[in-house]
Design a protein around this ligand. Structure first.
Ligand code: CTP
Length: 403
């Protein structure tokens, strides 16, 4: 499936801020994802950067004030505005925000934005005092009310020497917001996907816990692939260092019991539940309220079984019909296919993703995976070594094939 940005026409406006250096990276990322990026630099932006930089990364002409009054005359701004499927202004200065809020069209960028009929996304960048000023806040409010998508600003060190909100967010975050925007209306539109990720933590005492080697990467990748296809995604995740996918509703859990509660709640009205999490099968019978001390000797941990969440949901599914589709993972160190097949049946799944956890180049912690997709109906698909993102896309492709 193609990424939601591919083939889209984006008008990228850049205004006079030191954060403009990040805009070149953003233009490059969008172009690499297959977008046609038309850049407009305001006069003040030219103090910081040359149009050639943008032309070099987009492979298209970058426009300046001269183009408004130049050879092609007044039609340029209308064309740029009309062709755009998104007007993205990053960085946007306090001044350009004020102009847009009040319909002032006094340069090529503001004229083209006014002439456009598409969504507007802005990433403010300015000094903290300017951002906090009631005038700026009021302008921001007006733009939001009209539907503008505001990304950031982030907190941190500002060029003025101050620290606070005002920094333009990183290009990767803006890119993710653009991708989310364009993913809406995709083939999984209106379908709720509940996806779990990461290894649970079962507490022994206030400082120790039992966990496993799951990093959550495969689950996060599945969440991103489902979002890309237009789904509404709820990601139930354990403690993870990974950046949550833009657009997903995030539910943080720690233990198997917390995950069970969240999954039961969220999958009542879900189209699909994809259990990519590595749920602990055993948990200490009792969590010690005080730290276990060395002097008391080597402790003996008594464990009990946790409920099999997937199996419970599989039983509910046969009664209520929800979630409509149930997808599990099988982590196996031997008899991969036979064991996965058995889990597919006993847990009442529509699809199981089988992976051999002993492979060195795939599986836990690393970025790649080699899996076999075993559906309830139809042929199994044995995939080669792929990135976890590619594996996620294959899983979503199989689900799309059920429609
Ligand atoms: N799973 C679950 N609840 C558990 C254990 C596992 O929902 N308490 C889910 C996992 O998220 C995964 C699937 O069941 O999607 C299979 O997990 P796996 O660890 O491979 O198998 P288990 O059923 O735990 O069996 P075993 O550990 O004996 O292989």
């Amino acid at each position: 499936m193609k990424n939601p940005i591919e083939g889209r026409t984006i008008l990228l406006g850049v205004t006079g801020s030191i954060a403009i250096y990040k805009a070149a990276d953003l233009a490059s990322k969008l172009t690499q994802a297959g977008a046609k990026v038309d850049v407009i630099l305001t006069e003040k932006a030219l103090h910081f950067m040359n149009p050639l930089t943008f032309q070099s990364v987009t492979g298209r002409k970058a426009y300046t004030e001269d183009d408004l009054w130049g050879g092609e005359g007044h039609v340029v701004h209308i064309e740029l505005g009309r062709a755009a499927e998104l007007v993205l202004i990053a960085p946007i200065s306090a001044n350009t925000m004020a102009s847009l809020a009040h319909g002032i069209a006094d340069n090529l960028l503001t004229v083209a934005t006014l002439a456009s009929h598409c969504p507007l996304m802005i990433a403010p960048a300015m000094d903290g005092g300017m951002f906090a000023n009631p005038a700026t806040q009021a302008n921001l409010h007006i733009l939001k009310e009209r539907g503008a998508i505001v990304v950031g600003p982030a907190e941190g060190h500002l060029a003025s020497g101050l620290t606070g909100p005002g920094r333009m967010v990183e290009p990767a975050e803006i890119f993710d917001n653009v991708r989310f925007l364009f993913s809406r209306g995709g083939p999984l539109q209106g379908k709720k996907f509940v996806i779990t990720a990461g290894g649970t933590r079962e507490p022994i005492d206030p400082v120790r816990f039992i966990t496993n080697r799951s990093s959550g990467k495969q689950g996060y990748a599945v969440a991103q692939a489902a979002l890309n296809a237009g789904a509404d995604v709820t990601l139930i995740t354990t403690n993870s260092e990974l950046t949550p996918p833009v657009g997903a509703v995030i539910k943080s859990v720690e233990t198997a019991a917390e995950m069970q509660k969240a999954v039961e709640e969220e999958s009542k009205d879900a189209y699909a539940l994809i259990m990519a999490a590595a749920v602990a099968d055993f948990t200490p019978i009792q969590e010690q309220t005080q730290k276990i001390k060395k002097e008391t000797g080597i402790p003996v941990l008594e464990l009990r079984s946790t409920p099999d969440i997937l199996k419970l949901i599989g039983e509910k599914k046969s009664i209520t019909g929800f979630p409509k589709k149930l997808i599990g993972f099988a982590a196996e160190s031997q008899d991969l296919i036979a064991n996965a097949q058995r889990k597919l049946e006993t847990k009442n799944l529509d699809l199981i993703v089988a992976n051999n956890i002993l492979a060195k180049d795939a599986g836990f912690e690393v970025d790649n995976n080699r899996v076999v997709l075993i559906p309830k109906k139809g042929e199994s698909i044995s995939l080669p070594l792929l990135s976890k993102q590619e594996v996620a896309e294959k899983i979503i492709e199989v689900i799309l094939g059920w429609e």
